[in-house]
Design a protein around this ligand. Structure first.
Ligand SMILES: [Mg+2]
Length: 185
């Protein structure tokens, strides 16, 4: 299958794993339905995978970056897609009220990936469950698809944001990835 998309920037909480507020315990990491299948499809199609996660719990002093990394390791173990399925994981640790280079809706991580790996911006696609994931896509001029895993009304967030581009929303992660693999443009 041919796809213009060469790289996925994946949100973590509510997209790859169950959203547990201020997750810090690896024992609470649960892979969401369709994620393993979707990532397998993406990898088989030659896409590179990146993770971009806001973790203000670090900046708020609720837990440490080491605990975030332990949860990431558990996620990678449960995904069972090899030791390093992600080319890079960007953790934005800042609180919403402080200056941040990477906290979503920042476009910086996507711009960095594009420059470093030589992707056109429309060869990159954000996948996330929040308006801020798609706002990063909008601001960086990448593609974006949403997954509605039930915590927020993602479609309502998208409608309220009045984005310039359209971001389709899917009920499951694998359906979102399948849509990228099968679209012609
Ligand atoms: Mg999320």
């Amino acid at each position: 299958m041919a796809s213009r998309v060469k790289a996925l920037i994946l949100d973590r909480d509510g997209t790859l794993i169950s959203h547990v507020p201020y997750l810090a315990d690896p024992a609470q990491v649960m892979i969401l339905p369709g994620v393993r299948e979707g990532l397998r499809m993406a990898l088989a199609a030659g896409m590179k995978l990146f993770v971009h996660s806001n973790q203000s719990g670090v900046g708020r002093g609720f837990f440490s970056l080491k605990e975030v990394e332990a949860c990431n390791r558990r996620m990678i173990e449960l995904l069972d897609l090899g030791a390093a399925p992600f080319a890079r994981i960007c953790i934005a640790t800042e609180r919403p009220d402080e200056f941040s280079t990477y906290r979503k809706p920042s476009p910086e991580f996507a711009r960095e990936i594009a420059a470093e790996y030589g992707y056109a911006l429309d060869e990159i696609c954000y996948v996330g469950d929040r308006g801020s994931d798609l706002e990063s896509a909008e601001r960086a001029a990448t593609r974006g698809v949403g997954v509605s895993t039930g915590l927020d009304d993602l479609q309502a967030e998208i409608d309220a944001a009045k984005f310039t581009h359209s971001y389709p929303v899917f009920a499951r992660f694998d359906a979102a990835i399948f849509s990228l693999l099968t679209r012609a443009d």
